[in-house]
Design a protein around this ligand. Structure first.
Ligand SMILES: Cc1cc2nc3c(=O)[nH]c(=O)nc-3n(C[C@H](O)[C@H](O)[C@H](O)COP(=O)(O)OP(=O)(O)OC[C@H]3O[C@@H](n4cnc5c(N)ncnc54)[C@H](O)[C@@H]3O)c2cc1C
Length: 390
């Protein structure tokens, strides 16, 4: 267990290799553009067809390529890192119909930021996570318990010091079919991990005896989420014992919700642009669709909503940069961005007619993804509860 996370140890900044300042952001932008150009096109890692095909999507290959290009090191921590993360999610919202961006966001938030932040910077695992050659999932939601209420977890930690074990079932776990590590939230009824009440966050090897993972097909991304069965699995380490796990995850979810809002605003922007271009070129009754004021007003109203969602998300990023974004504000951004993405995708399908209903059309794809993004990282109702609390 040489890579066991050091609990509570603040990890030093290792982003020194990332370009800094305004010219650094330009250099990063150029690196990102080159990465997207290199991997787009038929058969490429960002080819939408590869992310819709019945075969496994090329998650590991994409993560290794992005890590190899330095995109995770640039975006995970340090001066200007959040701006580079925003640029990454924005660029990937337009690539491969948006699907590859889901795998990258999970990797950046869970593997690089959450797990990477718990590891010593010089550990081999830390290096692999930032290089994208290793990836982890965060397994919280269970098929038999409400994911919105984490006091009801059925997954439990048992055993004794030196031989901690976990059993239970998780589902809809992003990147799980591709992960080699899992951060598992489990009830700790015997107060084994710290003597305190509450769930604990455990690190488990995805290939450990007793772990079974299979893809769960939802209506959105294909092959990205998984069902994980844990049968008396030996725990690799306890990154956050009972009493600490929920605090750690609370901070993680604020960050993740802000980045999900960034991603949803970027997806809405991309789909809206595509819809506007389609309405300009599609003719009915001898005139382009945009000859109708109703169509122009619809597009304009959606543009206003998209800009509003993007501005709110970028304000949340600034708050994170300056030391803290309130949980209620992060929730408001995620809630609003999900609502806007749904509306944009729905109108974009309508504007494209039957074309927009074809599987894989950007609007149809965004409609499916909007539903998933509204659930992932906490549902709309959970966001409203958090907004109320502030
Ligand atoms: C694409 C995708 C990716 C995901 N990735 C992950 C992941 O990586 N890791 C992970 O652990 N989970 C993941 N999830 C699961 C997601 O976090 C959960 O689906 C979500 O938190 C809701 O939990 P649940 O599905 O158990 O619904 P429940 O909690 O059972 O809720 C059912 C419904 O009731 C509503 N509700 C609940 N309580 C209240 C209340 N008090 N008042 C009003 N309404 C209420 C909810 O909002 C929801 O609409 C993902 C889901 C999707 C779709």
């Amino acid at each position: 267990m040489t890579d066991a996370p050091a609990q509570g140890a603040p990890a030093p900044d290792t982003s020194s290799r990332a370009p800094r300042g305004e010219s650094g952001q330009h250099a990063h932008r150029a690196l990102l553009d080159a990465f997207v150009a290199q991997h787009s096109g038929p058969g490429g890692l960002l080819d939408a067809a590869r992310w819709e095909a019945p075969e496994r999507p090329p998650v590991r290959e994409l993560l290794a390529a992005a890590g190899g290009a330095g995109l995770f090191r640039a975006a995970w921590r340090g001066d200007g890192a959040l701006a580079r993360a925003v640029a990454l999610h924005t660029a990937l919202a337009r690539a491969g119909n948006g699907a590859p961006g889901a795998a990258v966001l999970t990797h950046l938030e869970v593997s690089a930021r959450l797990l990477g932040g718990l590891l010593p910077d010089d550990s081999a695992l830390h290096t692999r996570l930032l290089d994208g050659t290793s990836t982890a999932s965060l397994a919280v939601t269970e098929p038999g318990a409400p994911g919105s209420d984490l006091s009801c977890l059925h997954t439990e930690v048992r055993g004794k010091e030196g031989d901690v074990r976990v059993s239970g079932e998780k589902w809809f776990i992003s990147n799980a079919p591709h992960a080699d590590l899992m951060l598992v939230l489990a009830a700790d009824p015997d107060r084994l991990t710290s003597g305190r009440a509450g769930p604990a966050l455990l690190l488990v090897d995805a290939d450990a005896p007793g772990v079974r993972t299979e893809p769960v097909e939802g209506c959105g991304h294909h092959g990205l989420t998984g069902r994980v069965t844990l049968d008396d699995v030996r725990v690799r380490s306890v990154p956050a014992p009972a009493g600490q796990a929920m605090l750690l995850l609370g901070r993680h979810w604020i960050h993740e919700r802000v980045m999900l809002a960034v991603r949803m605003a970027a997806l809405a922007d991309a789909v809206l642009e595509h819809a506007a271009e389609g309405a300009r070129t599609r003719h009915t009754f001898g005139a382009p669709l945009t000859a109708n004021q109703h169509v122009r007003f619809t597009l304009a109203a959606l543009r206003a909503e998209t800009e509003e969602a993007r501005a709110a998300a970028l304000q949340a990023v600034r708050l994170l940069e300056s030391g803290g974004c309130p949980a209620g504000y992060a929730a408001a951004c995620k809630y609003r961005a999900a609502e806007v993405l749904r509306r944009v995708a729905d109108e974009a399908v309508q504007l494209a007619g039957a074309d927009g209903y074809v599987r894989g059309h950007p609007a149809e794809r965004a409609l499916r993804d909007a539903e998933g993004l509204a659930l992932a990282g906490g549902t709309d109702e959970l966001m409203l509860m958090q907004i109320e609390r502030g």
